[in-house]
Design a protein around this ligand. Structure first.
Ligand code: HEC
Length: 186
């Protein structure tokens, strides 16, 4: 009975942390909570609820990707159409034959939908790409980029919105992978 009660308390703590994590919007807070998981999981060892703990832990080792705001996606779609579609395609599809370089060795604009590699990168790298454009690429990368720098053209809000629009085109599993990559890069 004593052990059962003890376990119940541990489970309650576990779920309380889980709920807190779901509520939390701060990335830093998420990361602090991640370190609590092994302790809480150890506390649950040997009990029938281990599966529950494991499932929760799998979810929790990386907190779920935050939902995209509809307002951001709508603003982003507009920003994209005005600033990015000419190169990256009206439907995020990229330039034809985008993996080849032009004769002058300039890169072609890659797709931002699931067929491209945008989702391989965490948010910080993508935000930097948008802010600095082709100027961010090292000289020895084997080609040039005409991607403009948007740091002085778009506000931070517009840059995040365009990213939200791009993310809204990805299936859930790619969204999750990109979100985990974003956390790993912190
Ligand atoms: C003049 C053409 C042009 C315009 C306009 C343009 N890009 Fe690009 N973009 C490129 C090219 C070419 C590359 C590939 C070379 C590189 O990475 O700089 C690229 C690369 C990128 C990358 C990094 C590659 C990736 O997918 O991982 C991001 C992110 C990106 N663009 C976002 C945008 C956004 C958002 C806009 C509009 C605000 C935009 N681009 C406007 C040409 C353009």
């Amino acid at each position: 009975m004593g052990a059962g009660l003890n376990h119940r308390r541990q489970l309650e703590t576990y779920l309380a942390v889980y709920n807190e994590m779901k509520r939390s919007v701060s990335l830093k807070k998420h990361l602090v909570l991640i370190f609590l998981w092994p302790l809480l999981l150890a506390a649950c060892q040997g009990d029938g609820d281990l599966d529950l703990a494991r499932n929760a832990s799998q979810e929790l080792s990386f907190p779920p990707a935050p939902a995209l705001s509809e307002a951001d996606v709508a603003l982003g779609q507009q920003v994209y159409a005005e600033n990015c579609a000419a190169c990256h395609g009206a439907d995020l599809e990229g330039e034809a034959d985008w993996k080849s370089q032009n004769e002058d060795r300039s890169f072609r604009a890659p797709p931002h939908d699931a067929s491209g590699h945008t989702w391989h990168h965490g948010d910080d790298i993508l935000i930097e790409a948008i802010r600095l454009g082709g100027a961010r690429l090292p000289a020895n990368i084997g080609g040039t980029s005409t991607m403009p720098a948007y740091a002085d053209i778009l506000t931070d809000e517009e840059i995040l919105a365009v990213l939200a629009y791009i993310k809204s085109s990805w299936p859930d599993d790619l969204r999750r992978i990109q979100w985990e990559q974003t956390l790993r890069e912190q």
